[in-house]
Design a protein around this ligand. Structure first.
Ligand SMILES: C[S@@+](CC[C@H](N)C(=O)[O-])C[C@H]1O[C@@H](n2cnc3c(N)ncnc32)[C@H](O)[C@@H]1O
Length: 260
């Protein structure tokens, strides 16, 4: 466990995160500290023609922080793991690229997100997509079985980010790709922010300092190929805005490849 994990009440954090994303699944029209839904997805760079081909109910609960599918390079027949799949937007977008011959496994810990995403699989005939209950630090998947691991707005929520990157590396074949969007900070956040479970659940309190974040990915056995800042992402509450301005909290997208 990281130092942060020792200072933070991780049980309370898990409970807060689950409650927040249960609401995102069940009441997506509510106001959160962050934006949700199709307008957000389009602003971040999701293509309208692709969004039109996946379930609208998944997109209404979309709570990602950036676009990375152009970096992920998912090809027909690929196996893809989506860490923190929520209601399924990125899993379904990935499934468009893998086609029915590929497969996509989404992993999430929030029951209502899983229930919603699984219903959409059944209703919309995405036979190559499956959603599993589990933690991103220890996803219930086979080792070295995936061509790509994707994730959107989730790693920042984990109190043990090195474990998440190690799990991604373990799931990938050599040469496999990790493509994600996430929140990082320019400066180390103070304990007042990192120990505030509601700021964690809003994707701010858990933002890791960006050089440390990059180093954690490299230490897990990856080479970072692309790193870009997503200016289009913004937080919506005043409290969130203050923290982001003060500590340089930003959204990034990246591509990393697993070293052989
Ligand atoms: C910000 S939402 C993003 C969901 C989805 N990727 C999207 O773009 O809409 C974060 C999701 O990660 C899940 N999550 C957070 N921490 C997790 C963990 N440690 N293990 C598994 N799922 C987690 C939450 O349940 C929630 O569904």
């Amino acid at each position: 466990m990281s130092t942060t994990a020792r200072r933070l009440d991780t049980a309370e954090l898990e409970d807060r995160v689950k409650r927040m994303y249960q609401e995102v699944a069940l009441e997506p029209e509510k106001e959160f500290h962050f934006e949700t839904g199709r307008p957000l997805a389009e602003r971040l760079g999701y293509r309208a023609d692709e969004l039109d081909r996946i379930p609208a109910a998944a997109i209404e609960s979309f709570a990602g922080v950036g676009y990375f599918h152009d970096l992920a390079g998912i090809a027909e027949g690929d196996a893809v793991l989506d860490l923190g799949s929520g209601s399924g937007t990125d899993s379904f977008i990935a499934a468009l690229a893998t086609g029915p011959e590929g497969r996509v496994v989404g992993v999430d810990m929030t029951e209502d997100q899983l229930v919603k995403a699984r219903r959409l699989v059944d209703d919309h005939g995405f036979t190559q997509v499956e959603f599993r209950s589990g933690y991103i630090e220890e996803p219930p998947v086979e080792a070295a079985a995936f061509d790509a691991v994707i994730s959107n707005g989730v790693v920042n929520l984990s109190p043990d980010k090195p474990a998440v990157f190690a799990a991604a590396a373990a799931a990938l074949r050599p040469g496999g790709r990790l493509a994600l969007a996430d929140i990082v900070s320019e400066r180390q956040l103070p304990e007042g922010v990192t120990c505030d479970a509601s700021l964690w659940a809003a994707c701010i309190g858990g933002a890791m300092q960006r050089d440390e974040y990059r180093a954690a990915i490299e230490s897990a056995g990856f080479t970072v190929e692309t790193w870009r800042v997503n200016d289009a992402y913004r937080f919506v509450s005043e409290r969130a805005d203050n923290a982001t301005a003060k500590y340089g909290v930003t959204s990034i997208s990246l591509l990393a490849t697993k070293r052989a």
